[in-house]
Write a protein that binds this ligand. Structure first.
Ligand code: SAH
Length: 428
């Protein structure tokens, strides 16, 4: 299994040696042609596009008696033919000796031509929906965008897939705005072209992209200057988990104002400041009630306690994964309450966040008598049972944070939980 690299001259010494030692070279015609000059005197067997299985079959049959190089562009494992080989051998129960020789993949080659965009965490994603359903591709792209990754897009387009590119670009625009995208066509091959264009330009001119193109979507840290693109290793917005420089300035100014309203370096003060920040209301600090030590919440999360929440608004706001009660609702009760009941066994030892539903808080109180959570944040809101439900929670012998009276809400619950999560992630 020989990766011949994403373009001419990107062949490794090891790949060259393997080709020299082989009797047969099998591959897609375009790739075999690319290494022709190194394969003089070899028996060349080529097949067309989408004939991967045929190539594999031929190569495996020949490999029973001879040394065969099955060549693949770039790296043989990256959207390459290698997984088909393993699949075939497993299905047939055949046993031949395989050596895998890695190759320079298109994302490395394209990154090099653009400068240095993939210097840190990045995602490689193919837009081809031949083997993977489009909804899976789309949701992976969404999470990669939200995760702040630089993204290398393979198979961005073919005649039948222009629509996929259009939808992907729309998502990029929605999530990251009209930023510059690296477009590398035929890297290290004849017809090489490198351009850096805006998402909107690319959307209007989809012909800038073809089957031999790799797109590099930068992240907010990436700098585009003098026709080059690079992503610094050091995160400027390090503490803020990937926000832009402009936003960081605002956050810093806001933090100064909040420190004047609630001075102090403790966890309690930080929680109060965040509740004020999320509501824009300094008086909310008088409604926050600490029942026991909030550090217990930090410790629980640090030790890996699972987080259970009442509604999706809380789940989606959290910077950590959680289980949401409404997803487990199955009774006549309110969704959050019946959901919590079905999660009953998991509640023991968990951190539970109730941001919206008084009925969930009451159910949690009942469950907590025999299955004790480690920590509770209960800020349900409203005029029916909200106040009573929080009084019940604060009467438990379990450390918790609640809001007094009718006040509260999912945003406050999220602000508090995210603060605990952040403190739990600190090394000091
Ligand atoms: N195994 C290959 C990828 C095969 S999928 C590898 O590791 O590189 C085919 C896709 O790879 C193309 O649609 C294109 O997006 C990308 N690609 C391969 N070679 C390329 C090149 N020389 N320049 C730009 N993109 C390339």
């Amino acid at each position: 299994m020989v990766g011949i690299g994403a373009g001419r001259e990107l062949l490794t010494l090891k790949a060259l040696k393997a080709i020299e030692e082989s009797e047969y070279i099998v591959g897609y015609e375009k790739y075999v042609k690319e290494i022709e000059e190194f394969a003089k005197g070899k028996k060349l067997i080529t097949t067309g596009m989408r004939e991967e299985m045929k190539r594999v079959e031929i190569a495996v049959e020949l490999a029973k008696k001879s040394v065969v190089s099955l060549v693949s562009g770039g790296d043989p494992s990256v959207y390459g033919i290698l997984p088909f080989v393993f699949e075939f051998l497993m299905k047939k129960g055949e046993d031949i000796e395989i050596e895998v020789i890695p190759g320079v993949t298109a994302s490395s080659a394209s990154s090099a031509l653009l400068g240095c965009p993939i210097s840190g965490d990045h995602v490689v994603l193919s837009l081809s929906d031949l083997l993977v359903p489009w909804n899976v591709i789309e949701s992976r792209l969404l999470y990669a965008l939200r995760g702040g990754f630089v993204i290398a897009i393979y198979n961005p387009s073919s005649y039948s897939r222009k629509e996929n590119l259009r939808r992907a670009l729309r998502l990029v625009m929605e999530e990251r705005g009209d930023l510059f995208v690296g477009v590398v066509k035929n890297a290290f091959r004849e017809g090489q072209s490198i351009s850096i264009v805006r998402v909107s330009e690319l959307t209007e001119n989809p012909d800038l992209v073809d089957m031999n193109t790799t797109l590099i979507i930068p992240n907010y840290e990436t700098i585009v200057k003098n026709g080059k693109m690079f992503t610094p290793r050091k995160y400027e917005a390090k503490k803020m988990g990937g926000i832009t420089r402009g936003a960081l300035e605002i956050v810093e100014r806001s933090s100064e104002i909040l420190k004047n309203i609630v001075p102090g370096d403790g966890l309690r003060e930080e929680i109060l400041r965040r509740c004020i920040a999320t509501t824009g209301d300094p008086s909310i600090k008088d409604a926050i009630q600490f029942n026991g030590d909030p550090w217990e919440g930090v410790e629980a999360i640090k030790k890996g306690s699972r987080i259970i929440v009442d509604v999706r608004m809380v789940k989606f706001g959290l910077r950590i994964s959680s289980i949401c009660a409404v997803d487990f609702a199955n009774g006549d009760d309110t969704k959050t309450s019946s959901g919590l009941k079905s999660l009953e066994k998991l509640i023991e030892g968990s951190v539970v966040g109730i941001g919206n539903s008084p009925s969930a808080a009451i159910t949690l109180y009942e469950i907590s008598k025999f299955r004790k959570p480690r920590f509770i944040v209960a800020t349900p809101v409203g005029f029916v049972n909200a106040e009573e439900s929080k009084q019940l929670i604060s009467s438990l012998e379990i450390p918790s944070i609640t809001t007094k009276g009718t006040r509260g809400g999912s945003n406050i619950c999220v602000a508090i939980l995210n603060c605990l999560v952040e403190y739990a992630g600190r090394s000091d």
